[in-house]
Design a protein around this ligand. Structure first.
Ligand SMILES: [Fe+2]
Length: 383
């Protein structure tokens, strides 16, 4: 039996210019020296400056670390932690998508515990509590601003691993819709598909709880209603705000329920072929749902309805199939790649990827048991 737990360790502050509250929240912790973790693109685009304008420089010393790349590496995290320690930082603020936020979590662990983030793979593998972390998402996808883990890559071995612990979650998440307004649709499409995959996998996970399931369903309802409008116009305030909130709600749900085979299979695609996380999920999503079909037909019907399908009069088995159709339609509408071959994946590494998939903590909570051979089969179908 899967042990279930619902916890939420992050205060979520929402609204336009909510970053004005950073100083007051830092005061609560007595923090004065900030390491701001981000990426070069956000710094160049002026997003970091928008956040910095809300931080009183006479009160707080801020060191900006803008070296995070997609799929943050062990080396980058250790470098960020070394800079933070040199500057005596007592608060980490991550600004960005999943990569800077995940890097910030791991940096906060290494500041407090020393060594390398590679020493802390798995659950609660560190002894000292991480220094406090604030997270400011600039995409509508990962939900990393409320989750307990960081996905990191050891670039020497092409191995992606998760460092996690309940006190790894950011203390405060600041959701400012103005920070996601006007993001390129090439960013919104995969990150929105990631959020959708979180909601779907969370809802049918064996680790889902009575708290997480309504959250996952609400995330799907918001995504079903707003994703296409947001893609058509990424400055549509209502649609973008709802996408930002949907991603956050889905993150809160899956942080507790865990996910399933789609995310377990997506990580090796990133490690071996550098397929962006949201793209990997959107390609695998219909195939993973096909694999799990018949293991939770009622759940599939709930999700199809949340995404806007009318299933009245249909038997459950047929309704469940509609979910796969509606997911394919959303992927088509937002314009993401639909096959692994489209994104440069070659069949020669399927065996290695399937082996790494089986190490994932998402595998035991997938609704249908899966073997390494079956994982290989799902990868082949997605080619
Ligand atoms: Fe994800």
């Amino acid at each position: 039996m899967v042990m279930k737990k619902f916890a939420m360790n992050t205060s979520v502050l929402m609204g336009e210019n909510v970053c004005e509250q950073i100083g007051a929240q830092a005061d609560v912790l007595g923090a004065r020296k900030i390491l701001l973790v981000t990426d070069e693109g956000l710094q160049k685009a002026g997003v970091v400056a928008k956040v910095l304008q809300h931080i009183d420089k006479t009160k707080f010393a801020v060191t900006v670390f803008a070296e995070v790349k997609p799929d943050p590496s062990v080396k980058t995290v250790d470098q960020g932690a070394a800079i933070a320690r040199e500057n005596g930082c007592d608060l980490v603020i991550s600004v960005g998508g999943g990569s800077p936020i995940d890097a910030g979590k791991a940096i906060a662990v290494v500041i407090a515990n020393g060594g390398s983030c590679a020493d802390y793979e798995g659950l609660d593998q560190y002894t000292e509590p991480p220094v406090p972390l604030f997270a400011i998402p600039t995409t509508c996808g990962t939900g990393s601003e409320v989750t307990f883990g960081a996905v990191l890559t050891n670039t020497d071995t092409n191995y992606k691993f998760i460092l996690y612990g309940y006190n790894c979650a950011p203390r405060v998440a600041f959701l400012d819709p103005m920070l996601v307004m006007g993001i390129p649709k090439q960013v919104l499409a995969p990150t929105g598909m990631d959020a959708l995959t979180h909601a779907v996998e969370s809802y049918i996970s064996k680790g889902a709880t009575p708290q997480s399931r309504p959250m996952a369903l609400e995330a799907m309802r918001l995504i079903g209603k707003n994703f296409t409008c947001a893609i058509e116009n990424t400055t549509n305030v209502e649609a973008m705000t709802n996408m930002l909130y949907a991603a956050n709600i889905a993150g809160t749900a899956f942080a507790c329920s865990r996910l399933g085979i789609i995310h377990a299979m997506a990580l090796p695609l990133g490690a071996f072929f550098h397929v962006p996380h949201g793209i990997a999920n959107s390609i695998l999503l219909p195939h993973g749902l096909d694999y799990n079909l018949g293991y939770d037909d009622a759940g599939y019907c709930d999700m199809a309805v949340a995404l806007g399908e009318d299933l009245s009069g249909l038997p459950k088995e047929e309704g469940a199939c509609k979910l796969v159709d509606v997911i394919r339609k959303i992927a088509c509408d937002v314009g993401v790649p639909t096959t692994l071959s489209d994104v440069g994946v070659t069949a020669d590494r399927i065996g290695d990827m399937a082996r790494d998939t089986m190490k994932s903590s998402h595998i035991p909570v997938n609704p249908r048991p899966i073997s390494q051979k079956e994982v290989e089969g799902v990868y082949r179908k997605a080619m």
